[in-house]
Design a protein around this ligand. Structure first.
Ligand code: ADP
Length: 635
């Protein structure tokens, strides 16, 4: 391979420009990023060694070494991990793999905060952070157990990099930073010590450096003795193995960044050790913000799984159910075999036991936050409520706990203060027997629904379900605390007492007699659009509304299906009219005076009004507007 120059991908250059123009307030984090990469590379080597005897035969101590060259003004971060082939260098150090960084770039496009120095600090820029402190970066790397030659990668961070073959005896990677003039402090022992301690103390391999010590000669005139010794700068104690009281908040937060690639602070740390049939240690985090890829099917998810200190699986999906995929962290168990394959993992009883424990722990923690710090819980639910709802539908075992974690907007609550089902039930008036809800596209739409009128007049609260997933959740969530959950836009909603019902039946029967012919003509005029026309006592102000029958699709479900490009069979709903509305006698008089054309117009308007108030689209907006204009001029 001859030395060749390559161009960076556009997004990489975009990121590099940002990094070089130094929006980071703390440049020292470059070391955290490089040490973290080195540690990952050793993890990978150890993992491959489980099945590759050749790698196992090598006895070299696995470590990360910081090498300072004061004359050349270089700082080298050297590891004896897995290393990279030329191809791997091209794909790994020329693209942006990390979802946190991709999110950062996405947000940058849309954010007005892009020139805010704190902003970039929330994201990890990985290897590229090197360019915050170096004018030039050289990477020398050799892949373990590979016949391919070692490669040398060099770049000044502006547009391109070069790649060439080189000599390197041992496998692993050296990242050589040619420091900027004013970055001399990163050549100093105390500074490097401090940074490693602050950001990388938990790294499970030794981070070492040669330390020079000079002992004064004992006798006057004698020679000072200078020794150089390799010293370990980090404690290496895996943070999850420590007792929680020995871990500071900063340490937890730093480790969170390492495992999650999310550079904001976690919302909650869950750290515990399980003893009993299956023993394990676990350190889990509830993130504060929803990752961009939460709903992407191919996103990397799951916890890091360690067995006897070896990282077996970076994203073990079998430990937590899919709806808890936002949880980040580590599980370490010595009760698992070292060379566990994915297939074995899935069926392993210990994994199942651990998973069960982790799930109930997370749910317990969420319940605790909800009870003790509702404001924080609100923030959590805003970010992750939708996935918790997935759980209601899919996790039968924890269904009862999950129901109690749900929050919904309601007709009696401010929109920024959704309520729990428990709260709803507690404030139900005695005469109310069921829990009422309305699914809609938005809160505004829900609040305007004519279906609410009778509930307002009865002072019954109605939950507003405006997340598309809610329709699906409600198929499962049919009951809470012994009370049925009822959609208020269905025909069978029955909120009246027996006495009231009796009264209303008489009134409706009478009105039906009076309007019977009119109802028939309305049905004829609307023909296939509706299933039937009835009078009801559901409305107090509006003239008309549409309801789904017991089995039929409601308006919201129809919209969701259409939005998903699903074939929606023609849906016929029931048009309910308010017999007390002044438009009714007016229409009756049109019928009696045989003004058929005008009656037809009125019918259309009545139907379109019902569609508009429920948030559906009307078939022919132009015609609707013509009819309204006609009415306005009294034609
Ligand atoms: P991230 O570590 O978040 O994936 P980076 O930009 O820091 O992103 O690194 C990109 C990729 O380059 C890594 O995923 C890894 O495959 C490779 N890499 C970086 N540093 C090393 C290293 N010291 N040894 C081996 N591979 C490395």
């Amino acid at each position: 391979m001859a030395k060749k120059s390559h161009k960076f991908k556009t997004e990489v250059q975009q990121l590099l420009d940002l990094v070089i123009h130094s929006l980071y307030s703390k440049k020292e984090i470059f070391l955290r990023e490089l040490v973290s990469n080195a540690s990952d590379a050793i993890d990978r080597l150890q993992f491959e060694a489980l099945t590759n005897k050749k790698l196992h035969a090598e006895e070299a101590e696995l470590k990360i070494k910081l090498i300072v060259d004061e004359e050349a003004k270089t700082l080298t971060i050297s590891d004896n991990g897995i290393g990279m082939t030329a191809e791997e260098v091209k794909t790994n150090i020329g693209t942006i793999a990390n979802s946190g960084t991709r999110r950062f770039l996405e947000e940058l496009k849309t954010s007005k905060n892009s020139d805010n120095p704190e902003f970039i600090g929330q994201f990890g820029v990985g290897f590229y952070a090197s360019f915050m402190v170096a004018d030039k970066v050289t990477v020398k790397t050799k892949r373990a157990d590979s016949d391919e030659p070692a490669v040398i990668w060099t770049s000044t961070g502006s547009g391109s990099y070069t790649l060439d073959e080189t000599e390197k005896e041992t496998h692993g990677t050296d990242v050589i930073l040619h420091l900027h003039e004013d970055m001399d402090n990163y050549l100093q022992e105390y500074e490097l010590r401090r940074i490693v301690k602050e950001y990388s103390d938990y790294i499970s391999y030794p981070v070492v450096m040669d330390v020079t010590r000079t002992e004064k000669a004992e006798e006057e005139g004698g020679e000072d003795v200078t020794t150089i010794e390799e010293e370990i700068l980090n404690t290496m104690k895996a943070i999850w193995k420590k007792t929680p009281s020995d871990v500071s908040e900063e340490e937890y937060n730093e480790f969170y960044k390492h495992v999650s690639h999310d550079y904001s602070e976690p919302l909650k740390v869950i750290h515990y050790k399980a003893e009993g049939v299956t023993e394990f240690q676990s350190l889990m985090y509830i993130p504060g913000v929803r990752p961009m890829d939460l709903f992407m099917p191919d996103a990397k998810r799951g916890l890091h799984l360690y067995v006897k200190n070896v990282l077996i699986n970076e994203s073990c999906e079998d430990l937590l159910p899919s709806y808890l995929r936002f949880i980040k962290g580590v599980v370490d168990s010595s009760d698992l075999p070292l060379n566990v394959s994915r297939e074995i993992l899935q069926d392993d009883v210990n994994i199942k036991r651990i998973g069960k424990s982790l799930t109930s722990r997370v749910l317990k923690e969420l319940d605790k936050i909800k009870t003790k710090d509702f404001d924080t819980y609100l923030k959590f639910f805003e970010q992750f409520g939708t996935v918790i709802k997935e759980g209601v539908h899919t996790d039968f075992e924890n269904y009862d706990k999950l129901k109690d974690l749900l929050l919904f907007a309601s007709s009696k609550s401010e929109s920024d203060r959704p309520i729990l089902l428990k709260e709803y039930v507690e404030r139900m008036p005695e005469s109310q027997k069921e829990i009422y809800y309305l699914t809609a596209e938005s809160l505004t739409q829900a609040k305007q629904s004519p279906h609410l009128e009778i509930f307002h007049s009865k002072d019954f609260e109605v939950l507003f379900l405006v997340d598309p997933i809610d329709e699906w959740v409600m198929q499962r969530l049919t009951e809470y605390d012994g009370k049925t959950l009822k959609a208020i836009d269905r025909k069978d909603v029955d909120i009246h007492s027996d006495e009231e019902k009796e009264e209303q039946k008489t009134a409706i029967d009478e009105a039906t007699k009076k309007y019977d012919d009119l109802l028939k003509v309305i049905k004829e005029n609307l023909n296939e659009e509706i299933k039937e026309v009835t009078l009801s006592s559901r409305l107090t102000d509006s003239a008309s509304c549409l309801v789904a029958d017991d089995m039929g699709m409601n308006a919201n479900m129809e919209r969701i299906m259409k939005a998903m490009n699903q074939d929606v069979p023609p849906v016929q709903r029931i048009l309910e009219l308010n017999p007390e509305h002044p438009v009714m006698p007016k229409m009756l008089s049109l019928l009696e005076s045989k003004e058929n054309e005008q009656l037809k117009d009125y019918t259309e308007l009545l139907y379109d009004q019902a569609l508009l108030t429920e948030g559906s689209t009307i078939k022919d907006p132009r015609r609707f507007s013509q009819l309204v204009s006609k009415l306005m001029v009294g034609a």
